[in-house]
Write a protein that binds this ligand. Structure first.
Ligand SMILES: *Cc1c(COP(=O)(O)O)cnc(C)c1O
Length: 366
């Protein structure tokens, strides 16, 4: 079976260096918030092109702590999309805030900027916007920042699927007031366990995030603010330091595979993903649209091609959230989730496997 994502192959590709990095941490005898985390925070912030990096325990925590560090708290309204990982919305609620859901652009699958502006017009005092760079395609940050500044809202980027993506050469994570990354194993930069990071150019936000991730301590055992425990551990940081120098190469491999799918499927009835001009798409997912998605997925499975549907239900339709969150018209969000299918996409897909996927898709839609 060709897997939709394959973190084990990534581990095997870097095995020797990962094993010696783990050994180094084990022998060093310091396991939480030490020199590996500090070095990774510096290296990752430099890679994104910002001043500060703060390692945390997961992408969900990164969004939560980014919001709290940006001053979002109880009862504040935060605009985001419903077509995203549930973690985006869960993190807003964990911060005590109220997610306000808007539609996505059906071409890029990212926040519809007109819907954003309408939501801000309708509800004065929105505190923040969480822009999600879904599937590796950046949201329209220039427009979002322009709108946000007119309405006085902070901008948090959810970069959990966009490590290394950029707009006009500036990386996702370097546009908003603060940004959140996940290092879940299947992400473009993945740990071998949970992990996340916050990046920002704002020294005040960085300072607050750093304190919040460890019980609100400024000095040991003394909490300045009410924080939590959300630390990146030394072992995951050491593993991420092995993988970070390969991120651009691996993203380029994803882009080559995407280009091959693009060419081979151009005249098929599938709607293929687009990359806007000026955007460097990193294809966390290669997401096609097809009106008979379920039968396509079943035919591919029979042909040995594993696929995924990210996401089968928009957040506002899921039991935990349905009927209780403010939302605007979500017509594209509703339609997309019935049609989307993510083809296998990871940097270690072999040429023959890509061909198998292409042949199986063409056969299934013939
Ligand atoms: C993966 C993901 C998250 C959550 O990351 P975790 O590390 O699993 O907590 C948040 N937002 C998006 C868009 C994601 O894809």
């Amino acid at each position: 079976m060709i897997l939709p994502a394959d973190p084990k192959r990534n581990y095997i590709a870097h095995r020797q260096h990962i094993v010696s990095a783990i050994q180094r941490v084990l022998d060093g005898g310091w396991y939480i918030l030490g020199q590996e985390v500090e070095a990774f925070e510096r290296e990752f912030a430099a890679y994104i092109g910002v001043a500060h990096g703060i390692g945390v325990a997961s992408g969900t925590d990164a969004v939560l702590l980014a919001l709290r560090a940006a001053g979002v708290g109880a009862g504040d309204a935060v605009v985001t999309v419903s077509h995203t990982a549930v973690a985006t919305v869960a993190a807003i609620e964990l911060a005590g805030a109220i997610p306000v859901l808007v539609d996505v652009d059906p071409e890029t699958f990212t926040m519809d900027v007109q819907a954003l502006e309408a939501a801000l017009e309708l509800r004065p005092g929105v505190k923040a916007i969480v822009a999600v760079h879904l599937y590796g395609h950046p949201a329209d940050m220039p427009r979002i920042l322009e709108i946000a500044s007119r309405y006085g809202a902070a901008v948090v980027e959810d970069c959990a699927q966009s490590h290394g993506a950029s707009i006009e050469g500036r990386k996702t994570g370097a546009w908003g007031n603060v940004a959140a990354f996940s290092f879940y194993p299947t992400k473009n930069l993945g740990a071998l366990g949970d992990g996340g990071a916050i990046v920002t150019n704002d020294a005040g936000i960085a300072d607050r995030a750093r304190i919040l991730r460890q019980y609100g301590w400024r000095t040991r055992y003394v909490s300045d603010v009410a924080g939590l425990n959300s630390r990146l551990d030394e072992m995951q940081a050491a593993i991420l330091r092995v993988k970070l120098p390969h991120l651009d190469i691996e993203n380029n491999k994803r882009r080559e595979i995407a280009a091959r799918y693009d060419r081979a499927l151009a005249s098929s009835p599938l709607r293929l993903p687009v990359a806007k001009p000026n955007v460097h798409h990193v294809y966390h997912q290669y997401t096609v649209r097809y009106d008979r998605r379920d039968s396509l997925q079943a035919a591919l499975k029979t042909a040995g091609v594993g696929t995924a549907v990210l996401y089968p239900q928009p957040v506002h339709r899921q039991g935990a959230y349905s009927g209780r969150l403010p939302q605007s018209n979500l017509v594209h969000t509703e339609k997309i989730c019935r049609e989307i299918l993510c083809l296998p996409m990871h940097p270690h897909l072999r040429d023959d496997e890509v061909q198998t996927v292409i042949d199986a898709v063409l056969e299934a839609v013939r």
